[in-house]
Design a protein around this ligand. Structure first.
Ligand SMILES: [Zn+2]
Length: 455
């Protein structure tokens, strides 16, 4: 297939933050994208969308239209189409003289990025004395790189060899992991999770430095109080998306009280305040990575649902959940918002995206999902609102093969690989496994999040 580099990559290497020129792109060619199969699941929604994300007349343009990277066909779980086309999440802004315009950008998110010790030996080169984990992401890289923002949950410190590389229960992954994540297309990494403190406060500081050195943007942990107060707002195609990240806890490991800034814990008041600060700073929408839930439970807990709803009520638009290590269904929640048209606002809650990469197998632990959602920022008659639409869920499977002493790992987008069948490392048995997992996870994604029980 493949693959023009995405707009975000060509136009603005990640360092882009505030102050970029507004890029009024014609990327809103959802119709064209639909023809290319990009919007397979969401095509109908897009084209029928009353707000016309796909079919609205071309906006008045204030900047040179940007050439479009036509996205390749994306294997997409039909489950994705259950979402409504547009869920307004308005932040009216006094736009004044701002001409009418439509801007679009796509957020891509994945779940837990884990590095268990069996994942290491197969990727160590004794000659260079370095690791290279890029092969893990070879197959999903083109999908990830379709995102204008690409975010994942980094569930391990990257704290340096001198602090010893280990897997479970206290992780520390080789520094080269950050290079592989960068290469795969990740941009924002949620670092607040129960393994944040596996190498103590020093591990946080070093992890942040290692990520930032490559232009990756960590969110959820901090090296000092100023760092903790820093707002993460990433602008793509003229849309400013604010990022936050919180965890339920840190496996009982604590930092001293004078370092309480080091990791964001789930706390409604703090979250509400952080969302408020992002909005004041001009964020058009807010995505909150939430590390919560019960491990290996395939349905969200009552607590997850409560936290998600409260966070949306407090102004978030997207909840990106992780921690259970299995995929949980996602849903749209409608919350009261006096500033929204009709007094209601929709938020997208992805309760758990499962393991993106790990050594865990069985009981759905080797299945993850790449979520994709389009943000649309529309200015009409001087009012600017940002909404989201076109939710897509692309199930993945971690293929593990080779001798135990040197195991290999590849994250496989299942539908695409079942269609193409061109990975020489996959056996007929592997294809059969995927053929059985894919309908199961697709059905699961369709389930209502308030259903109880396993299954
Ligand atoms: Zn976790």
């Amino acid at each position: 297939m493949r693959h023009l580099r995405p707009l975000g990559e060509r136009l603005r290497p990640l360092a882009s933050r505030y102050g970029e020129g507004m890029l009024l792109t014609a990327k809103c060619l959802a119709l064209g994208a639909a023809i290319m199969g990009f919007c397979v699941a969401a095509t109908a929604c897009s084209l029928l969308d009353g707000e016309g994300t796909a079919s609205s007349p071309p906006p008045a343009q204030t900047a040179k239209p940007t050439p479009i990277a036509q996205p390749p066909a994306t294997p997409t779980a039909p489950a994705a189409s259950k979402e409504p086309a547009v869920s307004p999440s308005p932040f009216p802004s006094p736009a004044g003289e701002v001409p009418d315009s439509v801007r679009e950008a796509t957020l891509v998110a994945v779940g837990d990025i884990m590095v268990h010790s069996p994942q290491l030996p197969g990727y160590y080169n004794p000659k260079t004395k370095k690791y290279d984990f890029k092969p893990w992401f070879k197959q999903v890289k083109p999908l990830l790189r379709q995102g204008d923002w690409v975010v994942g949950n980094l569930e391990t410190p990257i704290a340096g060899a001198d602090l010893k590389y280990t897997g479970y229960p206290r992780f520390n992954a080789p520094t080269e992991l950050s290079n592989a994540l960068k290469d795969a297309g990740f941009q924002v990494l949620s670092t607040a999770n129960n393994h944040t403190l596996d190498r103590g406060f020093a591990g946080i500081v070093r992890t942040l430095a290692n990520l930032r050195k490559l232009g990756l943007v960590p969110v959820g942990t901090a090296a000092n109080a100023d760092d903790a107060a820093r707002l993460v707002i990433e602008e793509r195609n003229g849309i400013k998306l604010g990022f936050l990240s919180y965890t339920y806890g840190t496996n009982g490991i604590r930092v001293s009280e004078d370092k309480a800034f080091a990791v964001n814990l789930i706390d409604r008041d703090a979250i509400a305040a952080d969302i408020g600060r992002l909005k004041e700073a001009g964020a058009d929408a807010v995505a909150v990575s939430m590390h919560f839930g019960i491990e290996y439970q395939r349905m969200p807990s009552d607590e997850q649902r409560r936290i998600a709803r409260e966070t949306l009520e407090d102004g978030a638009d997207l909840i990106l959940g992780s921690h259970p290590h299995v995929v949980q269904p996602y849903e749209t929640l409608v919350v009261d918002d006096p500033s929204a048209p009709g007094g209601k606002r929709r938020g997208l809650v992805v309760y758990s995206m499962g393991n993106f990469v790990s050594n865990q197998t069985g009981s759905w632990k080797n299945v993850g999902v790449i979520m994709s959602v389009k943000l649309v920022k529309r200015t009409e008659n001087g009012i600017t609102r940002t909404s989201w639409s076109d939710v897509k869920a692309t199930p993945t499977w971690v293929h593990i093969w080779g001798p135990d002493a040197k195991r290999h790992y590849t994250v496989i987008p299942m539908q695409q690989e079942l269609d193409e069948r061109n990975d020489p490392n996959l056996t007929n048995k592997d294809y059969a496994v995927m053929a059985s997992l894919l309908p199961g996870i697709t059905d699961h994604l369709r389930r209502k999040a308030d259903q109880k029980g396993e299954g």
